[in-house]
Write a protein that binds this ligand. Structure first.
Ligand SMILES: Nc1ncnc2c1ncn2[C@@H]1O[C@H](COP(=O)(O)OP(=O)(O)OP(=O)(O)O)[C@@H](O)[C@H]1O
Length: 597
């Protein structure tokens, strides 16, 4: 049964609360029992109307039990006592159902919270390699939509359990009232259930299509957000609108089909059930085996059973439609098939001599060509190392490996004499700050953006960092100073201002190793001058690794590493490399000198 498979997948979610589902089942059973008892009490009540109770000794266990209940109640009091008992059981049933609903809402909110948190944690921990190979829209859809749908599956599961409890109790009652009629009902119910099964199969198919359509739509939304400038600049609004509408139409069509499918369940179930009820009534009356009160009670129980069976069927169909969402979230949370960057145990006390690359090779994917090949370099402490090379040479890859965003495929990186992989990851990264060209500015205040470098920094430290990054002046001219909201991606700031905020963030972190990925796009000369000045002061006595695009960085570097097609082709000081008259000298004269002339 597919439902059983889904339930098994949902079980890990329930693990932290092992007592809740048994409690829900017990409450569900008790509530069904009290409802069943309330309905059954109509038999002695109707019999007392006929005033036949005292003489009736039936072979029916249930009837005898109910008669025994009121044997000591004088018949003229029964008309009052029995309705009171019926009311009592209705009251009890509703109290138990209410408790179950409250318990479930508690469980639902706790589990959905845990699930969202686990999905986000997975997103933060899984290796970049995994993220690279998945579309961000798909990941966003998993986090934003499928997580909710997976929680809905849990809610449907609980509906299923409660309905199953009620159906179980009511079927037991029916058996006690008349097993022959119950058998007839059972055969008919199986037939009804079989027709619902067909609907259920279709629902699962549609559920899969719905997940795909949602993934696709989320992708289009993301592309729309991030590509907004490009779309407008290239006048592609109508093209993008068309692509978005197509993705949106797919979502509309699948969700409409799913809704239509859900809508068929109720009428289908009701028509088949009505036919069933009428058949039973006719058969029972023709056979004249049941007394009228018993028959009425049987039909009344059956009547109350109908919505429960319908609920059970809807729950099964819904559960099937939600299986793809559960699978999507569970497979994302499954740690066994994903790469992770594991932290080492050695704590990092500070760089003493150098970072050594020893015959390091790396490829992003096993089938890709290597991004770094057999790289052996030394990055000495408290010196500036400039990485130079043409686009796609492997400079950023080298930085990625130093930050351990990826793990090397061959060779070893040593921090002094300790392999990088053995260092405590958070320790190591806490000593690094990156000022990169693709700065991320959070949509919050200037202060929060700077404080991201060190969350516990004091106001004075924040201002000092901003001053050092030459950002204090423009920040104090902003409408609310440090409390100014900078907009999405810092849209309300200029490129140079964003860079200075990013620099202030790095300065506040007070890193031992500073990684600079210099902007290739030209900033205005004032901004560039200010940023360069700030970086120069800040770089003193720090280990700086710079992907160098500016002549000044190259000229101030203690060593230059030239990378081409993943290999280190030249290495040494500026003078040494110029004397070699090789690749760097060519690049230097062509690219950098031309900047001066
Ligand atoms: N996430 C990735 N997945 C797969 N391949 C990648 C990834 N990032 C980079 N590459 C590939 O690795 C090689 C080196 O790229 P890298 O980004 O290190 O170059 P780079 O020297 O920093 O270039 P640029 O100066 O243009 O930024 C390129 O062939 C690139 O296509």
């Amino acid at each position: 049964m597919k439902e059983a498979q889904t339930i098994r997948q949902l079980l890990p979610l329930l693990k932290p609360y092992p007592w809740v589902i048994p409690l829900i089942i017990i409450l569900g059973l008790l509530s069904s029992l009290s409802e069943g008892l309330g309905i059954s009490l109509f038999i002695p009540f109707l019999q007392s109307l006929e005033q036949t109770t005292s003489q009736s000794v039936s072979s029916n266990l249930l009837l005898n039990f109910l008669n025994q209940l009121f044997i000591y109640v004088p018949s003229n009091h029964r008309l009052l006592i029995i309705p009171l008992c019926i009311f009592g059981s209705v009251l009890l049933k509703n109290c138990l159902s209410y408790s179950n609903a409250i318990l479930f809402s508690w469980l639902y909110s706790h589990i959905s919270y845990r699930l969202r948190s686990s999905v986000f944690k997975q997103l933060l921990n899984v290796s970049y390699g995994f993220l690279d190979s998945h579309q961000s829209g798909k990941l966003l859809n998993t986090l934003a939509t499928e997580t909710w749908r997976a929680c809905d599956a849990l809610s449907v599961l609980v509906d299923l359990i409660i309905s199953a409890c009620t159906v179980f109790v009511f079927v037991m009652l029916l058996l006690l009232v008349s097993w022959q009629l119950t058998l007839l009902v059972a055969v008919a119910l199986i037939l009804i259930s079989f027709s619902i099964q067909q609907v259920s199969r279709q629902a699962k198919q549609l559920g899969k299509q719905a997940v795909q359509a949602n993934d696709h739509l989320a992708n289009r939304m993301l592309e729309g957000f991030y590509g907004m400038r490009l779309i407008r600049a290239f006048g592609q609004e109508s093209y993008e609108q068309k692509r978005f509408d197509q993705a949106s139409a797919q979502v509309r069509n699948t969700s409409m089909k799913l809704d239509q499918l859900y809508a068929t369940i109720e009428p289908l179930s009701e028509v088949l059930s009505a036919a069933l009820l009428l058949c039973i009534l006719v058969i029972a009356l023709l056979q004249d085996r049941a007394t009228l009160p018993t028959l009425l009670t049987f039909i009344f129980i059956l009547y109350r059973l109908q919505p429960k069976v319908k609920q059970l069927d809807s729950a099964r169909v819904n559960l099937n439609a939600l299986i793809p969402s559960v699978e999507d979230v569970m497979s994302f949370l499954d740690c066994s098939d994903k790469p992770y960057i594991r932290s080492g145990r050695t704590s990092f006390k500070g760089l003493k001599q150098a970072i050594y690359f020893e015959s390091v090779s790396f490829r992003y994917n096993p089938l890709d060509k290597p991004a770094l090949r057999n790289v052996s370099i030394q990055i000495p402490r408290a010196k500036t190392t400039a990485l130079v090379g043409s686009s796609g040479a492997g400079k950023s890859t080298l930085i990625n490996l130093i930050c351990r965003f990826y793990d090397i495929t061959e060779g070893e990186i040593y921090v002094d004499d300790c392999p990088l992989r053995q260092l405590h990851l958070a320790d190591w990264r806490s000593r690094i700050a990156i000022v990169s060209q693709d700065i991320h500015i959070f949509n919050t205040t200037v202060r929060e953006n700077i404080t991201y470098g060190r969350l516990e920094a004091t106001e004075d430290e924040i201002i000092a960092a901003a001053r050092q990054a030459h950002a204090q002046e423009f920040i104090s001219n902003l409408p609310q100073g440090y409390d100014t909201q900078v907009g999405d991606q810092g849209i309300r700031l200029s490129g140079g201002q964003r860079q200075r905020i990013a620099l202030a963030r790095a300065i506040l972190r007070n890193p031992e190793i500073l990684i600079l990925d210099e902007a290739t796009n030209a900033l205005d000369s004032v901004s560039e001058h200010l940023i360069q000045k700030a970086i120069n002061t800040f770089s003193q006595d720090r280990t700086v690794i710079a992907i160098a695009h500016r002549l000044s960085t190259i000229e101030q570097a203690d060593q230059i590493v030239v990378i081409e097609e993943g290999r280190v082709v030249e290495q040494g000081s500026l003078q040494h490399l110029l004397k070699l008259n090789g690749m760097f000298a060519k690049l230097y004269h062509l690219q950098y000198r031309s900047v001066l002339t």
